[in-house]
Design a protein around this ligand. Structure first.
Ligand code: ZN
Ligand code: ZN
Length: 250
């Protein structure tokens, strides 16, 4: 920890990004964990929860919704299983914070987690950073105007900075698209088909493995729609990456 960081931390002691508890500092460590030990434990436990399809821990699970496999996605990497309701998920507020607050600490935290997942995936496929590009699914104009930021963009930007993989903005939102959250699976698919338009970046996408970033994946309709467009632009492969997938009803 540099002198400036140390001095800043003494004046503004760091607090846990999830529960707000003061975090005790270890000046020998290069970086302070944004989570207190209790929240870190909850988070690590969440990561170990097994996928109810393949039985692997979420961070090893590569399962994806059917519409994503139909769209020829290679894999969906995810950190945790996301449960909008239920008080058993102590780390939920932290995940929510990327949706509702322009929380730099959270973006950086999840981007670092993405980087760890992605490096393993790239190693397995013998991919180098130059073989890949990062892109994201932009949120609706209304949504962005309300919150003042786009979490997909923020996550993608932080991941690009950490991995050295180029960030290419491939999509724009059309103004007409309806909010996804009030629609069922079929309606979402129809809605998403027309939600994005591609930008003139084919030369940057051609023959690349595209890392498609989103925050929470529910039905996979947006990711599937984005993948199809990326393939139509000449992408070689598409790997989805998200913080959480909404748990399937058992
Ligand atoms: Zn905490
Ligand atoms: Zn799985």
């Amino acid at each position: 920890m540099g002198f400036f960081d140390l001095a800043t931390n003494l004046v503004f002691p760091p607090r846990c990004a999830n529960c707000g508890e003061l975090i005790s500092m270890d000046i020998c460590k290069k970086q302070i964990d944004p989570l207190c030990p209790t929240c870190r434990m909850h988070y690590e436990n969440e990561k170990q929860i097994e996928c109810n399809v393949c039985g692997l821990a979420m961070s090893f699970c590569r399962c994806m919704p059917k519409n994503m496999s139909r769209a020829q996605c290679t894999a969906l990497l995810k950190l945790v299983s996301y449960r909008p309701q239920g008080d058993d998920m102590k780390i939920r507020d932290f995940i929510y914070s990327v949706k509702d607050d322009n929380n730099k600490v959270a973006f950086d935290f999840f981007a670092e987690q993405f980087r760890e997942l992605l490096i393993l995936e790239m190693r397995g496929a013998s991919l180098l950073p130059k073989d890949c590009v990062i892109t994201f699914l932009p949120r609706s104009h209304k949504n962005k105007a309300n919150s003042g930021f786009d979490q997909g963009y923020e996550l993608a930007k932080a991941l690009s900075r950490k991995t050295g993989i180029e960030l290419v903005r491939c999509f724009d939102r059309k103004f007409s698209a309806v909010e996804q959250k009030n629609l069922n699976t079929y309606e979402r698919r129809l809605n998403m088909k027309s939600a994005y338009k591609t930008r003139d970046v084919e030369d940057k996408i051609k023959d690349k493995t595209v890392i498609l970033v989103d925050d929470i994946v529910t039905t996979g309709a947006s990711m599937a729609s984005g993948s199809r467009l990326l393939f139509s632009m000449g992408a070689f492969a598409v790997i989805g990456i998200c913080i959480g997938v909404t748990e399937k009803k058992r």
